[in-house]
Design a protein around this ligand. Structure first.
Ligand SMILES: [Zn+2]
Length: 407
């Protein structure tokens, strides 16, 4: 066997092992205490394979024996449960809006300590990395967790990240291009560190311990300053060839639409992300629409943001409600395309714009009902994200668990 074939085989086997371990872990987490025979029945692995995996996970501390089941004829089987405190994990969300959040969590996404800080405009990579390290040290101290119980650090970042090299390829929000992020943090903390785009991190978090928990195929949409999606298939993040999958924000929904920051016209992001919502509000006010939005910023239109539009909507302002419903409908077009392409169990929608709540979701559901194929639309629940502002940071912690299972 030549070298290349061998490499492929090893990578495939490692991938398969990671998938199987994830599946076993998830079944025990959802249904435990459970016997090895029942695990193999649920996930349709051969008993030999699932017995081996259970043993490996017990060795890693992730599963532990918990009682004896009832006999089905032979010896009474040992039952196993998930151990969410086998080790602890650190997560950082660099954030797109100048807010950085660091957490220390257990393996079930329970946050033991949290630190939030504002990033100064134009703060360079060195400053941000120093702040990440300081925040991580702070949450370790606060949680009182011993160093040896920590397994690694996950970092969620806006823009394009390369999980293999640990570098941020490009981030419009941060104004960064090709910046090493994982290595300097790893060196400073003495812990293995991984980086991932924030929509992907959010998707991992929501599917492991948020609104997508218990589902196999989960799409998670982040609608904020930009629009991105993370795609989880059979419990595993789908990254694409180069880690760039899920850029749903740059699919065309209106050929003659406004110019997007990517250079194209009529991208979903250019019509429904936060800045587009603010722009539409300002345009309406300039045209003479009477709305509470103008009152909330005391006439200073440069202060209109999607958040202000949401505030006005909460006060019952008809124009604000209309803008958010329309934004929801555009997002719904993107969601309908994803549902038709991927037939997911659940579509989780989070991010700043989704905080607008029911009016926004009503728009999404209306567009999906009109555009997606009936059968796949009926199978896909559309739900708000559960992890809120911590979604990116908690999602980043699940990177550590995911990578630990690959070893
Ligand atoms: Zn675009």
């Amino acid at each position: 066997m030549d070298q290349e074939t061998n490499t492929f085989l090893t990578a495939d086997l490692r991938f398969l092992r990671q998938i199987n371990r994830l599946a076993v872990l998830d079944v025990v987490r959802q249904r435990g205490p459970i016997s090895r025979t029942d695990i193999s029945r649920v996930i349709k692995l051969t008993p030999a394979t699932s017995f081996t995996i259970v043993d490996e996970l017990v060795k890693m501390g992730l599963l532990r024996p918990q009682g004896i089941g009832s006999s089905t004829g032979g010896r009474r089987p040992t039952l196993f449960e998930f151990n969410p405190t086998a080790f602890f994990v650190l997560g950082v969300d660099i954030g797109g809006l100048g807010k950085m959040i660091a957490v220390l969590a257990d393996l079930d996404g329970n946050v033991l300590a949290r630190a939030a800080s504002e990033l100064a405009v134009g703060e360079g990579p060195a400053g941000v990395i120093a702040r990440i390290v300081a925040s991580l040290k702070q949450v370790i101290l606060e949680a009182g967790v011993e160093r040896h119980a920590l397994r690694g650090v996950g970092i969620a970042t806006p823009g394009l990240a390369d999980p293999r090299t640990g570098r941020i390829i490009y981030s419009a929000n941060l104004g960064w291009q090709d910046i090493a992020i994982a290595d300097p943090v790893e060196q400073a903390m003495g812990l293995p560190t991984w980086v991932e785009n924030n929509a992907n991190a959010m998707a991992l978090g929501e599917s492991w311990c948020g609104a997508g928990r218990g589902f196999q195929n989960v799409i998670c949409l982040n609608v904020g300053v930009g629009i991105g999606a993370g795609i989880v298939i059979r419990g595993k993040l789908y990254r694409g060839s180069g880690g760039l999958a899920g850029e749903i924000g740059h699919t065309t929904v209106d050929e003659d639409g406004p110019r997007c920051r990517c250079g194209n016209h009529g991208c979903l992001e250019a019509l429904a992300a936060g800045p587009a919502i603010a722009r539409r509000a300002v345009r309406g006010i300039r045209r003479g629409t009477v709305t509470r939005i103008a009152d909330l910023v005391q006439g200073k239109l440069e202060y209109v943001t999607a958040e202000v539009v949401s505030q006005a909507a909460a006060l019952g302002d008809p124009f604000a409600l209309q803008i958010l419903e329309e934004a929801g409908q555009y997002v719904g077009l993107g969601v309908a395309n994803l549902i038709n392409s991927l037939n997911p169990d659940v579509v989780v929608i989070g991010g700043g714009v989704a905080q607008a709540g029911e009016v926004f979701f009503a728009g999404v559901r209306r567009a999906v009902a009109a555009r997606a194929l009936q059968l796949s639309a009926a199978q896909a629940r559309i739900v708000p994200a559960k992890l809120g502002m911590d979604a990116g940071a908690v999602g980043a912690t699940t990177l550590v668990l995911e990578r630990s299972l690959a070893s």
